[in-house]
Write a protein that binds this ligand. Structure first.
Ligand code: LHQ
Length: 259
């Protein structure tokens, strides 16, 4: 349910239930989590590229698994979130390596919000982001209530979440919700090139940069300045810093090792 391929430091994770628009069942949750855990643990992984197969990126929860007409015990969606979605969100945000998301088609519900948790989001111009939850009586999950409010501010976050109106990729880009909307047939090439160049980068420094920028939302300026001091101290002792400065002085391209 998730295709996994490591190529030149880029771990590509492709959600792969195209006939259901890559909506999440338990198996796909566990496979994605396994891929992200590998990204944490395997030093050969220096960037992640998350995308979907077929015409969609991810339609959120597989609602076929949630048919109320089939009876059974009362739904325990809090348990579903805690067991399946929240660990994935935490793995993406805490991974100290860049995560590029190539949104190849519709991203709905938790699918939209998993995309927004990634570090750099590119989307095909034909893709749409849908906070589908309101259509079925739910609330935005998979970190969406947090990320939308932070990225967009309350007016746009509330309108998207309350109306479940599809947001075209180009509008998402113009609102600063994603990095870029690109022509459909250019999406994968651009996302691969970006992920490859990040994977060839100074991984330790990039990981610390991610940590810093994420911390800024809740830190005061003083706390952030202290954190910059400490993390720059650490980055300054990396082999990649020495290589970066040496390459600059020798007027050549740096060869970063990720350490
Ligand atoms: C699907 C799905 C889908 C199953 C398309 N499930 N089959 C967390 C905690 C626990 C429970 C609840 O949820 C959550 C978090 C959530 O993510 S809640 C939000 C769940 N997602 C949605 O409500 C989105 C439902 N899907 C749609 O609204 C549409 O499919 C979108 C707008 C995504 C795409 O529309 P179209 O491009 O017109 O495609 P389609 O609707 O024709 O879908 C293609 C096929 O995929 C179709 O199957 P079929 O056998 O008829 O060809 C759909 O049934 C299936 N599919 N989403 N979530």
């Amino acid at each position: 349910t998730v295709l996994v391929a490591l190529d030149n430091g880029v771990l590509r994770l492709t959600l792969n239930r195209p006939e259901k628009l890559n909506s999440f069942n338990e198996e796909m949750h566990l496979a994605l989590r396994e891929g992200l855990t590998r990204a944490h643990e395997d030093a050969a992984v220096r960037a992640v590229l998350l995308t979907g197969s077929g015409r969609g990126f991810c339609a959120g929860q597989d609602l076929g698994d949630r048919d109320p007409r089939k009876g059974g015990p009362a739904p325990d969606l809090g348990h579903t979130l805690e067991t399946f979605y929240n660990p994935t969100l935490r793995l993406i945000r805490s991974l100290e390596k860049p995560v590029v998301c190539a949104v190849n088609g519709v991203a709905a519900g938790a699918g939209a919000n998993i995309a927004l948790a990634c570090d750099i989001v590119l989307a095909a111009k034909s893709a749409r982001f849908i906070q589908a939850f309101a259509k079925i009586g739910l609330i935005p999950d998979a970190g969406g209530s947090w990320s939308l409010a932070r990225i967009l501010g309350e007016p746009r976050a509330k309108a998207l979440a309350l109306t479940a109106e599809p947001l075209p990729a180009e509008t998402a880009a113009s609102w600063g919700m994603i990095w870029k909307a690109v022509e459909d047939d250019a999406l994968m090439g651009e996302a691969e090139a970006l992920a490859a160049s990040l994977a060839a980068g100074p991984t330790l420094g990039l990981g610390l940069t991610k940590r810093l920028i994420q911390a800024a939302a809740t830190n005061s300026l003083d706390e952030q300045l202290d954190m910059e001091r400490d993390l720059q101290q650490q980055a300054g002792r990396s082999a990649d810093y020495a290589e970066g400065v040496t390459a600059f002085l020798e007027k050549r391209k740096p060869e970063f090792k990720g350490q």
